[in-house]
Design a protein around this ligand. Structure first.
Ligand code: GLC
Length: 421
């Protein structure tokens, strides 16, 4: 009998070797606003269910710096990181360091997510990450201030500048000289690329590099767009914007000191939190058009979860990804942090629609968001850097857009093959 029992113990240990003992996983999942906190809650819920532990690695808020940190760890084959949050523009850059998740996620589960994102996460037939949340640039505005001064939400950027000026001037007269007109992400980093792509696209100036690989950034509409925004800096846009990431802009807006803000959906739950001075006073809408002939657009953002090839616990890491990207957790994250789900069914969830009104009213903005030029693949980061450097120079008064975008065009052509991508 003893022998039989001992044999059984050995057999069980062989079949489930990993679950036999508690393991520690490490996840890197963002740090803008409440990202880290909300991610930790989700990871801990999984840990409680499974008996394992999860540690959240701290990462820089700047997406480019985050990429650099991961690239360093991954290039060294480090097993310090199991689950990694991947930006929508990274799959082409980091694919080699991630396991193929296709064998672990049945077709019917993948079908529940937005299909363009699943496609975007598939590199050379390998599914390197599962969609977690999706982003698009939105315009936040102070409903109360617009009403107070008899103004309507703007439909064009030019109107936005006018409305901002009217409200600022009137408030200044009444003794409020802290109020600024418009804040956005103006630091020279990936966030500025997102903002400037929105400006250019909204003026009809294309997408930097088009889907055929042609560098299109040096065109009159793009020049007009960038010069227009440069003309706002020091007027309705405070100069300080040139050092703002997402949280810098949110800080100004949420403290009550800005009429308009461009930001991602995460800012909604924070602006309306109990302790927010502007709770209940905020409107949210699609970004304005670049003039009457322009279009309303928002840059496509968003994040996915992948499992590092160097993880010592890939099966467990896959299980954590399954839990975090699943319906229960995506809904919780949307409710507490206004992170937009990637599971289409949640866009019909009454409770969610009530908490985040833009989920239904701005559905088109999310599904038609303008992608950054991922056709540039492994060199995307260099392309983005050249583009935003040209934009940043123009915003800070170093040359006009016509000259700066011409230089960007030349650099982008030299990065590609025979001037193309
Ligand atoms: C948001 C977007 C991401 C983008 C980043 C830029 O996190 O989801 O795609 O790269 O902002 O700051």
């Amino acid at each position: 009998m003893k022998k039989v029992l001992a044999g059984l113990v050995v057999a069980v240990a062989l079949v489930t070797p990993r679950l036999a003992q508690a393991e520690k996983l490490v996840i890197a999942c963002g740090s803008v606003g409440q990202e880290q906190e909300v991610c930790k809650q989700g990871a801990e819920a999984w840990a409680k269910k499974t008996g394992h532990t999860v540690q959240v690695m701290s990462v820089p808020t700047d997406a480019g710096q985050q990429l650099a940190q991961f690239q360093q760890l991954l290039a060294a084959g480090s097993s310090d990181l199991d689950v990694v949050r991947i930006d929508v523009i990274w799959p082409g850059i980091v694919a080699n360091h991630f396991i193929d998740l296709k064998p672990h996620f049945p077709e019917d589960v993948l079908k529940q997510h937005f299909q363009p994102i699943v496609k975007n996460n598939t590199v050379n037939g390998k599914l390197i990450a599962i969609p977690w949340f999706t982003d698009a640039g939105l315009l936040y505005y102070r409903k109360d201030l617009l009403e107070k001064h008899g103004q309507k939400p703007p439909t064009t950027w030019q109107e936005l500048a006018q409305v901002a000026k009217v409200v600022m001037d009137a408030e200044k007269k009444a003794g409020n000289d802290k109020l600024v007109g418009y804040v956005f992400q103006g630091k020279s980093y990936e966030g500025l690329t997102c903002n400037a792509l929105e400006w250019v696209d909204s003026f009809g100036g294309g997408t930097i590099v088009d889907s055929n690989g042609q560098v299109t950034i040096n065109n009159p509409k793009a020049v007009e767009a960038i010069d227009f925004f440069a003309s706002l800096v020091g007027n309705v846009v405070p100069k300080g914007v040139l050092s703002y990431e997402e949280e810098g802009a949110r800080g100004a807006f949420q403290s009550g000191n800005a009429v308009f803000m461009r930001n991602w959906p995460y800012a909604w739950s924070l602006a309306n939190a109990k302790d927010s001075p502007i709770s209940g006073k905020v409107g949210v809408m699609a970004l304005p058009k670049g003039g009457a002939e322009g279009k309303s657009t928002g840059t496509l953002g968003g994040w996915q979860l992948g499992v590092s090839k160097y993880s010592k616990h890939p099966e467990l890491a896959v299980d954590l990804v399954k839990y975090l990207t699943g319906p229960e957790e995506q809904k919780r994250r949307a409710l507490v942090g206004s992170f937009n789900p990637t599971l289409t069914s949640l866009y019909k969830d009454e409770e969610l629609l009530k908490a985040n009104p833009f989920i239904s009213s701005l559905y088109e903005t999310f599904t038609n968001a303008v992608p950054r030029p991922s056709i540039t693949g492994t060199k995307y980061n260099q392309v983005s850097t050249e583009f935003r450097n040209g934009v940043y120079a123009t915003l800070s008064g170093k040359g006009k857009a016509a000259d700066n975008l011409k230089k960007v065009e030349a650099k982008l052509k030299s990065l590609g093959k025979n001037g193309k991508w």
